[in-house]
Write a protein that binds this ligand. Sequence first.
Ligand code: NAG
Ligand code: NAG
Ligand code: NAG
Ligand code: NAG
Ligand code: NAG
Length: 460
Amino acid sequence: MCLLLLVLLVAAISFTTSATEQLRPCGDGKLGFASYYGDHMVLQRAPQRAVLWGCGPLGTQVTVSVQGPTTQEILVSVSNETRMWRVILGPVESGGPYNITAALTNHTNSFVTLRDVLFGDVWLCSGQSNMYFEVSQIFNASEELALASNYPHVRFFMVGLDKNDIEQQDLDKVNIPWSVPNEKDLAPFSAVCWLFGRYLYKTLNSPVGLVESSWGGTTVEAWSSHTALKKCGLDHKDENYLGPTENSVLWNAMIHPLLPMTIKGAIWYQGENNAKYHRDLYSCTFPAMIDNWRTGFHKGSGGQTEIEFPFGFVQLSTYEHSSTDNGFPEIRWHQTADYGFVPNFRMKNTFMAVAMDLPDDTSPYGTIHPRDKQDVAYRLTLGAQAVAYNNFSTFNGPFPDLIFPDNTYVTITFDQELSVSPSEDIFEIGCSSNSIFHILGFKWMPASIMNPIRLERLAL
Ligand SMILES: *[C@@H]1O[C@H](CO)[C@@H](O)[C@H](O)[C@H]1NC(C)=O
Ligand SMILES: *[C@@H]1O[C@H](CO)[C@@H](O)[C@H](O)[C@H]1NC(C)=O
Ligand SMILES: *[C@@H]1O[C@H](CO)[C@@H](O)[C@H](O)[C@H]1NC(C)=O
Ligand SMILES: *[C@@H]1O[C@H](CO)[C@@H](O)[C@H](O)[C@H]1NC(C)=O
Ligand SMILES: *[C@@H]1O[C@H](CO)[C@@H](O)[C@H](O)[C@H]1NC(C)=O
């Protein structure tokens, strides 16, 4: 009995702040919105409800009023303890523009206004250098930037690089305030995030708000809370590994403050830095981070962000063609919690943009940074269509449905049509009499494609 394995990878918070460390972002309580509210922003549209929060003087009330195609007004008291106020707006349908004012009740001259606000879907974009990779660096960058002004309803915001030992209530740094696309402001923004947003906009025809919070060279542990790390046995800080990759520091400074924001979903491009750091824990740490972000955003938004919000990510491509494994095979496997495809039982409501086929051997930014961000962003939008918007088309690669070995050939039936050329080395086959083949020393052998019998069947 021979166990066969194919190596064609197919597409297939707790919101706690300890009392002693409770931060008071409001200082003495000057009236204002939290740092990530601003003119030109996108707030989450109906059926979800957007959250607004800010600061105000002790003992006052704030009236939040929404003016635009629809109107609403909500009165809220400033907390005596934290000098913070928070409202959950009534649901607002896609569109705009709106002006949103927070005014001190009965003080006619004390108010702050957010102008040109749209309601649409808000997506968070996070990860390391491939998410940080700028629009100005991709293939066809100048053409892409020249298109920017055609998409005034895709707005973007970038969190500043920051780390902290304790969970922050508000952002300390903003890198790009909410912007209407123009060449200059878009150039340093995340290419994957931007392209995802603008492709998504084309299918939704509804405003899209993009929030980038990413940092190059960072590990999944840095973006994970202590609660998430504990699930994988990483309770303590790793004192040997300092800097922006230290456990939880980016979660504390760059994600935790965003939790009150109502979002539609998140996309992620990371893993390279875990290839040599806690690599084989990644199948635990990555899903644990997703779970923990989901709980945190759900609670932080007063239940408005879905408890299992859609989470998409980019598969790492190959990058070291001189090495025997081409780079990152283990991390690619762990990106799917060792299933080989998503969504799966461990990673529900997730989607993955396959990138195995998109290396960039001549990238001036290093082969680890492919310049083709268009294809991965497009594949992410196909996944988002299916997982986040229930608009199913083909969003995964061909998946082997049936594997049938006889004495001469192995016939594989896929769940969708394929276009293949006969090849000597696309497939490898691993054989073992034992199902724990991966720890026994067994061999992978190239298997040539003998005959694409029918379009969706291959004989090896
Ligand atoms: C807040 O403080 C004001 C006076 O400063 C007081 O009247 C009010 O009862 C306090 N509210 C709460 C909930 O403690
Ligand atoms: C928002 O404020 C601007 C500037 O005051 C004004 O021109 C615009 O008409 C306002 N828009 C709405 C929807 O109230
Ligand atoms: C605002 O003024 C109205 C009318 O004078 C009064 O009833 C209300 O209590 C005042 N609200 C606050 C928060 O001072
Ligand atoms: C559904 O997906 C297709 C293919 O991506 C797209 O053309 C269409 O606009 C989408 N429809 C909706 C309602 O999102
Ligand atoms: C760049 O533009 C050329 C010409 O339009 C096109 O053929 C190519 O596919 C584009 N590259 C990417 C990565 O989109």
